[in-house]
Write a protein that binds this ligand. Structure first.
Ligand SMILES: O=C(O)CCC(=O)C(=O)O
Ligand SMILES: [Fe+2]
Length: 303
């Protein structure tokens, strides 16, 4: 048997420093968040999720599990763009979402009792269209703010680089300190997707953002970045020949979200997914017929 490489989690002092930077600037970067043997495992398992998604000819929903597909009919080749709640089919990610490394990171930000509202993998396969995200604030993806208490103050988003995330392959771009500006309504025009079109400098300037302040969040595999629901961010399309797999989760303080989310940490325990999926950020997926459905909105034709 091969001996696993050592893995480590953030110390209390390190996690507190991350939380402080995050509160001050609306984001923070954690180098080597997933490390050692876990990093190799995460990369292998993300590829397995991609391979699973590729079996579906078009966008597929089954409970909270979903794969968003760019079909060959329109893109020449089939691409998986997003996977949602793959912890239902992947043991490694099912453990990772409630791991000690997550607990250590989250504790100083949203406490010990935690639910999860979002689990996503984003790929930007070379050659695929539609791999850019206009600047936005993720608050736009909480369609039912009345379901929560202070959803902004009680949430945090975590993005983990699976591939190297660089300027050329469309790494995340963030406006530091923009979490203090309130909700700006960026990208709220148009068809509701942030993946058609690109942000213009003009649009940013109009909202009081100086394009010069934009930070390209370049990450190595295993590095993480956290941001808030009001932090302005987006990313450019992949122009390189290298994919950009990026795992995004959103966690919420449990007492602020009585009706939404999958439990992660409860009463000192870490909680596996249960028998049935729970309503998360929106519950539309649970209203579809059980067993899985294909549904292609063809949003990508609206450009
Ligand atoms: O994957 C990215 O680069 C950004 C995605 C994003 O911001 C989102 O889905 O809200
Ligand atoms: Fe976002």
């Amino acid at each position: 048997m091969q001996k696993g490489r050592e893995t480590s989690t953030l110390s209390e002092t390190e996690a507190e420093a991350v939380a402080q930077f995050y509160r001050d600037h609306g984001y923070a970067i954690i180098k080597g968040f997933v490390n050692g043997q876990d990093l190799d495992d995460m990369r292998r398992e993300a590829a397995a999720v991609y391979a699973e998604g590729l079996k579906h000819p078009m966008t597929y929903y089954n409970g909270n599990l979903a794969f968003e597909i760019l079909p060959e009919k329109h893109f020449g080749k089939r691409y998986v763009q997003h996977a949602y709640w793959f912890s239902w089919i992947n043991e490694w990610f099912a453990k990772h979402r409630r791991s000690e490394r997550m607990r250590a990171l989250l504790r100083p930000i949203i406490g010990d009792e935690v639910k999860q509202l979002v689990e996503q993998l984003h790929w930007k396969p070379p050659g695929a269209g539609k791999t850019g995200y206009r600047f936005h604030q993720d608050y736009r993806f909480r369609p039912n703010p009345e379901q929560y208490q202070d959803i902004v103050g009680n949430s945090v988003n975590i993005g983990i680089a699976i591939d190297p995330c660089k300027t050329e392959n469309g790494c995340l771009r963030i406006f530091p300190d923009s979490h203090k500006l309130g909700y700006l309504g960026l990208a709220d025009d148009g068809d509701g997707t942030i993946m058609n079109g690109l942000s213009t400098d003009e649009e940013l300037i109009q909202k009081g953002l100086n394009p010069k302040d934009m930070l390209y969040v370049e990450l190595e595999p295993g590095d993480a970045v956290i941001w808030s629901l009001l932090t302005v961010h987006g990313s450019l399309p992949n122009k390189s020949d290298r994919d950009r797999a990026f795992a995004i989760s959103s966690y919420v303080r449990a007492e602020a979200s009585p009706n939404r989310g999958e439990w992660v940490f409860r009463g000192g325990e870490s909680v596996p997914l249960g028998d049935v999926p729970q309503p998360c950020k929106d519950s539309a997926n649970l209203n579809r017929p059980p067993g899985g459905v294909y549904e292609d909105s063809e949003w990508y034709l609206n450009d």
